[in-house]
Structure formats: structure tokens, C-alpha cells
Design a protein around this ligand. Structure first.
Ligand code: FE2
Length: 341
């Protein structure tokens, strides 16, 4: 009995001591483009588990790059996180990241979803798809992103502004597949087919379809999932009125982008930052992403949410994420020339 008590006391102390030590000292600073509430609960879980506190600075992906450049070696940032593969590539090329060394990450994440020099790693995936009204569009009428330029869609499309990185990254893949000239003509024709000038976020495009304003919208997959799983009945009704279509399934596949992170070059806390990345890549957290933000896990052993399983497997465009970064300026220029605001 005494022995048992001693053992449990010892165990309690052993659990407490390293914890109280780390709590005092350990903190990492995350510069992130991600704007999802769920991330805050993930950070809290990480703190509960490790004692390491996550301080967060939120801004657009390129603003954070500029900030990292301006702050140089004095930056408080330990990690740079984006919701765009192109942003990760640009941060790497700007010399802002350092390679991670982690067998866990190398084992967990397929090679196509991390930088070949280990300067960034994907944490989640999302596809940019078509959302349509089954009342007004037959699935057989939908095929590719390219087909959205067809005059049959005149006054029937909804999409957000080209200032948005998700559209810019989609555009880089259209340029990569078809060339700049064709991509520019495509953007102009798609813009012409829109029922209203680009406005709002992806959720607003889905709502434009469910309300009957538009017949087809461009959106990231998880926004549909979030509407479907929402506490708000209006959101659930909007999701129920539309269907998802993965384009280009006979060809290069649907455009898939990633959210991911890299360790900032001047960070002195690479070990803690690596611990954080490994935590985000654990199957527990990866399955939570699938369930809570409706993003696809990058871990192949993590569970998809029921909604993702219902959407089904799809062919994904496997274009290198460096293309998203390299062609970003060209995509922005072509959008401007095409009049897609
Ligand atoms: Fe988003």
C-alpha cells in the first residue's frame, strides 16, 4: 500500500516537474495566415500536452513574408504558416526558412507534400472545386475548369475576387496546363460568364448558388463542409441545396492546395517548433482537422470526416507547389488584364 502510494506520488511528481520547468520558459511564436477558430483549440491542446505556449500573429501570407524580411534576425517568429503552397515556396526562396530534421515528419508526410529540402511541410490539403445547383445543372454538363469559359455559362457563375490567393494559385495551374495566353483568355471568358462582379468569400459563392442567383460557383471543399456541419440552420440549408463537383477528373485532376508551415531561419527554438509540427501531424490532430475544419489530412493513416467520405476520392492535380509560387505574379497580371477584379 505504502509502496503503491510512493509510486503514484513519484509518478505525479515526475509528471509535474518537467512540466513546470517548461511552462516557465517555453513559448513559440507562430506567424500564420490561417484564420480558423479551430487552430486556437489545437494550440491549447499542444500547450496542455507539452507546456509549450503558442503565441500567434495573424496576417495575409505575403504580409507575413514582408514582415519576416523586415524583422530579419530580430524576428520573434519561430514558425511561418500559410494556407497556400505558393506562400511556402516564396518564403523558402526568400531565404526565410531553415530545414527541419524530423524522422517523424519524413515518415508521416508523402514526399510530394513537403519541400525536397525539408524547409516546409504540408499540414492539410484542400481541393478547389465546383459547387453547383442540381436543380439547374446536370452533373454531365460539368467537366473542367476550362469549360467554365464556355458561353453556355453566361450569367450563371459566381467566384470571389482575383486578389484572393486561392484563385491566384488555381490560375497558376491553368497557366501551367494551357500556357499564359490561353489562361488569360480563360480568365476573361469566365469573368464574362459571372452573374455579378466578384465579391465575398467562398462561402458567399456557395450561398449564391443555393439562393438561386448563380448555377455554379468556385470554392474550396472545406467551406462546403463547414456549411453542412454548421450550427446555423440557414448554413445547413444552403449546403443541402448544392452539390460538389471535382473538375478535370479525366485529365490533370482537381486543383489541390495545401496549408503548411516551415521553421523560420533565425529561430533558436527549432526543436520546439519541430515538436509543434510533429504534434500537428499526429493522427489525432490530423483526424480532428478532417472533422473540424473539413480540410483533408496529409497523413494517410488519419481518418477523413463522414462528409469527406461522402464526397469521395478524386483525382488531384499533382503539379509541384513551387509552380504556385513561381507563377503567382504572372497569374495576378493575367487576372488584371482579363478584367477579373
Ligand atoms: Fe480559407
Amino acid at each position: 500500500m505504502k509502496k503503491a502510494l510512493f509510486h503514484s506520488l513519484f509518478a505525479a511528481l515526475a509528471a509535474l516537474v518537467p512540466c513546470s520547468q517548461t511552462r516557465a520558459a517555453d513559448e513559440i511564436t507562430l506567424y500564420t495566415q490561417r484564420h480558423y477558430e479551430f487552430d486556437e483549440s489545437v494550440h491549447r491542446l499542444f500547450t496542455e500536452k507539452t507546456g509549450i505556449v503558442v503565441k500567434v500573429v495573424k496576417a495575409a501570407s505575403d504580409e507575413l513574408i514582408v514582415r519576416l524580411q523586415e524583422e530579419g534576425a530580430n524576428t520573434p517568429a519561430d514558425l511561418y504558416m500559410t494556407a497556400d503552397g505558393g506562400g511556402l515556396d516564396r518564403a523558402k526562396k526568400a531565404g526565410l526558412l531553415q530545414p527541419f530534421t524530423s524522422p517523424v515528419i519524413l515518415e508521416k508526410v508523402p514526399a510530394t507534400l513537403r519541400d525536397p529540402e525539408s524547409q516546409w511541410v504540408a499540414l492539410t490539403k484542400r481541393a478547389r472545386v465546383l459547387i453547383y445547383s442540381p436543380a439547374r445543372v446536370k452533373p454531365g454538363e460539368l467537366s473542367t475548369y476550362e469549360d467554365l469559359a464556355d458561353p453556355k455559362w453566361r450569367g450563371r457563375l459566381a467566384a470571389r475576387s482575383s486578389s484572393n490567393i486561392y484563385n491566384q494559385s488555381l490560375m497558376t495551374t491553368v497557366i501551367e496546363a494551357n500556357g499564359a495566353e490561353a489562361a488569360g483568355a480563360w480568365a476573361a471568358a469566365v469573368r464574362k460568364n459571372m452573374v455579378r462582379p466578384p465579391q465575398g468569400g467562398d462561402r458567399d459563392q456557395i450561398r449564391a448558388v443555393s439562393s438561386g442567383l448563380a448555377d455554379v460557383a468556385i470554392s474550396n471543399t472545406y467551406y462546403l463542409g463547414l456549411l453542412e456541419a454548421s450550427d446555423d440552420q440557414t448554413d445547413r440549408e444552403a449546403a443541402a441545396a448544392v452539390k460538389i463537383f471535382f473538375p478535370n477528373q479525366e485529365g490533370r485532376g482537381a486543383h489541390v492546395n495545401i496549408s503548411g508551415a516551415g521553421i523560420v531561419k533565425s529561430s533558436k527554438k527549432a526543436a520546439l517548433a519541430t515538436q509543434f509540427l510533429e504534434f500537428l501531424l499526429s493522427d489525432e490532430i490530423q483526424s480532428m482537422y478532417a472533422e473540424e475544419t473539413m480540410e483533408y489530412p496529409v497523413s494517410e493513416t488519419a481518418k477523413w470526416s463522414d462528409i469527406q467520405l461522402k464526397w469521395g476520392k478524386f483525382v488531384a492535380d499533382d503539379v509541384a507547389f513551387s509552380v504556385l509560387g513561381d507563377r503567382n505574379a504572372e497569374a495576378v497580371r493575367l487576372f488584371n488584364e482579363a478584367g477579373w477584379e
